[in-house]
Write a protein that binds this ligand. Structure first.
Ligand code: HPA
Length: 244
């Protein structure tokens, strides 16, 4: 079994049931990761856990040091990453508390440090399929053993944040083919690919995206949905780890 990391997003600063055995504070050539890397066990399996927004959920999406996070995970030997993300639902079937295992993404972010390849020579990566299909299939299989709604594919639109989108922006994203919208999917997925890490995402729908629900988006609603949604994520991750 390859060493696996779980990157926890909004609503998952810590992973219930995870027993940390060590806490590593890191410095990388790109600065410090969002939080110490916690190495321990979850559902009986060895796991490294990293809180993407920091221990106290204090780092907004555009300020996250994605390069330091991915570098640090790679340097402790992680080769597979399961990334958890809160998202808004654009597709009319992707409702609050549902899980989505995206198969594609569109990047609308800007101004983020988004590559390790910026010096000395030109280097490109293939990114046709941004998520590792083998890991995606494991998540889908794990979800099939559980009773909550999980969508086996979806296009993740990554926006800059920290504000939510306008209704017109969401309408444009829907025309582009996006099914869900979040703020942290990029450059994380591309950096993982540059580092040679396998990477898949488990997205939790926290709210109907702007203009897709009734009226404005309430932060209380997001928080409430994430409490239930993250319990589903926890079960999904535990089941997936048994078959990875
Ligand atoms: N938009 C962007 N990111 C999000 C949303 C949203 O509606 N909900 C949770 N994360």
């Amino acid at each position: 079994m390859k060493k696996i990391a779980i990157i926890g997003g909004t609503g998952l600063q810590s992973l219930p049931g995870f027993s940390p055995e060590s806490e590593d504070y890191f410095n990388t050539p790109y600065g410090t990761p969002s939080a110490p890397l916690l190495q321990g066990t979850f559902a009986g399996k060895p796991v490294v856990f990293l809180a993407r927004h920091g221990k106290a959920h204090s780092i907004p999406p555009h300020k996250i040091n994605y390069r330091a996070n991915i570098w640090a995970l790679h340097s402790v030997g992680v080769r597979e990453v399961l990334a958890v993300a809160a998202v808004g639902g654009i597709h009319r079937h992707m409702l609050a508390k549902h899980l989505v295992i995206p198969h594609q993404l569109i990047d609308y972010t800007w101004g983020r440090e988004h590559t390790f390849f910026e010096e000395n020579h030109v280097q490109h990566i293939d990114f046709t399929e941004p998520y590792t299909e083998r890991l995606r299939q494991k998540l889908i299989h794990a979800a099939s053993t559980l009773s909550f709604e999980t969508h086996e594919q979806g296009v993740y639109g990554a926006t800059q944040g920290p504000r939510l989108e306008t209704a017109a922006e969401i309408e444009r994203m829907a025309w582009d083919g996006c099914d869900i919208v979040g703020m942290t999917g990029m450059p994380e997925a591309a950096l993982a690919r540059e580092m040679g890490l396998e990477y898949a995402c488990c997205a939790v729908v926290a709210n109907a995206a702007a203009g897709r629900g009734d009226g404005i988006i309430s932060m209380t609603e997001i928080e409430e949905n994430l409490v239930n949604g993250m319990e589903n994520v926890r079960q999904l991750l535990a089941a997936a780890l048994q078959i990875l």
